[in-house]
Design a protein around this ligand. Structure first.
Ligand code: PLP
Length: 382
């Protein structure tokens, strides 16, 4: 490998949210979704150059970034977006909240998958909109949509559906057939779809590919908000930036209107880092996927040796959704933290008990140490 994913980079002194969470310094933090890999110099050199210039005044969104995104999406998936469809916002969660405010009037309802990355649930609450949960089914470790149950949830007040593909926390890469069925349901009920595709560039299985929901057909195009960006792929979560792709002009204008006076402009360095990542860090990205594939394999082997734990994914990303239901633990996350010293998320944060989510975007030695700790803790459990 040309790039070094094995080195351990000290992060505590950087106010890292991930590394400051646990007061016990012996706990390995594997909870929040950022990786412990340094960005390559293809990203940091342009940032350094920008910093050396020394002036950080108000900054316009560079058209170049939108052009780069457009070309990238076309090249990777064939989806031909137009530059004017793209609204940049400081982070995907901002876009989720804006989507709720824009597509739903007070009293209207969003259908939200469950389990789900908790800010999806928060968005409808933040915006004082209604929400119904759409429970995913665990099909041998693959979290899947129950289409009949989805349709039964819909009422005349349901106006939006949240979709997360690849899914967080399940790691499912929904295929074209599943997306088609979902869009058909939404079309029958005239529902807008907000599709969070922030993990779409991290597909881990060679036999799978990401399909952009909005590229399916005219209905999907005219009734969707797609959220994606470089932050997960290139480990840039500290520079919040996400593209909201909204082909429908009216929906887009309402969305933009809702940003006014509230949503801050985007960080100077976020643009520099993101443009550089998309332009120059392709090889790093390729090697990252290979490294994550191997980490995933090691984790699956290590955890499946433990009675009561079951892991088969994820199909994408660096977050493993581990089924712990057979352990009989009420809050398996607490056991991982307090007995193994591995700082995971309990599934309850995502709305599903009996699971944990473990971030394996870390150097191999750290992963191996954490697997050993988990194996030891379970072997000593009485
Ligand atoms: C599906 C999904 N959407 C949004 C986010 C957060 O994105 P941002 O930090 O850009 O708000 C995450 C972070 O883990 C995520 O997994």
């Amino acid at each position: 490998m040309k790039y070094d994913f094995d080195s351990i980079v000290e992060r505590k002194h950087t106010h890292s949210t991930k590394w400051l969470k646990f007061s016990d310094p012996n706990i390995i933090p594997m909870w929040i979704a950022d990786m412990d890999f340094a960005c390559p110099k293809e990203i940091t050199d342009p940032m350094r150059e920008r910093v050396d210039q020394g002036i950080f005044g108000y900054t316009d969104t560079p058209d170049e970034l939108t052009q780069i995104l457009k070309d990238r999406i076309k090249l990777r998936s064939g989806w031909d977006i137009e530059e004017e469809w793209v609204v940049w916002v400081p982070g995907a969660v901002v876009a989720l909240n804006l989507a709720c405010k824009t597509a739903l009037a007070p009293g209207e309802i969003v259908v939200t998958p469950s389990p789900i990355y908790a800010p999806f649930d928060d968005a409808s609450e933040n915006m004082a909109r209604g929400m119904v949960k759409n429970f995913l089914i665990d099909n041998n470790g693959r979290m899947e949509l129950d289409f009949d149950a989805t349709e039964e949830l819909l009422s005349k007040d349901t106006k939006m559906l949240f979709f997360c593909n690849p899914h967080n926390p399940g790691g499912t890469v929904f295929n074209k057939k599943e997306i088609t069925t979902l869009v058909e349901i939404c079309k029958r009920h005239n529902i807008t779809i907000c599709s969070d595709e922030i993990h779409c560039d991290l597909i881990l299985q060679d036999d799978l590919e990401h399909f952009h929901l909005a590229s399916l057909n005219e209905y999907a195009k005219q009734n969707s908000i797609t959220i994606l960006g470089p932050c997960k792929t290139f480990n840039l979560a500290g520079f919040p930036l996400a593209a909201s792709i909204i082909p429908n002009k009216e929906l887009r204008e309402d969305f933009i209107q809702n940003t006014k006076g509230i949503v801050s402009h985007i960080d100077n360095l976020a643009f520099v880092a993101s443009s550089a990542a998309y332009k120059y860090a392709g090889e790093w990205h390729k090697e990252l996927i290979e490294y994550l594939q191997e980490n995933k394999k090691i984790l699956i082997e290590g955890l499946n040796k433990i009675d009561g734990l079951s892991l088969s994914g994820p199909e994408a990303g660096f977050l493993a959704w581990v089924d712990c239901r057979e352990t009989g633990l009420d809050t398996p996350g607490d056991f991982f933290i307090n007995h193994a010293g591995v700082g995971v998320y309990d599934g309850s944060w995502f709305g599903r008990e009996g699971y944990i989510r473990l971030n394996f975007g870390c150097p191999r030695s750290v992963l191996e140490e954490s697997i050993e700790r988990i194996q030891k803790a379970f072997s000593q459990r009485n």
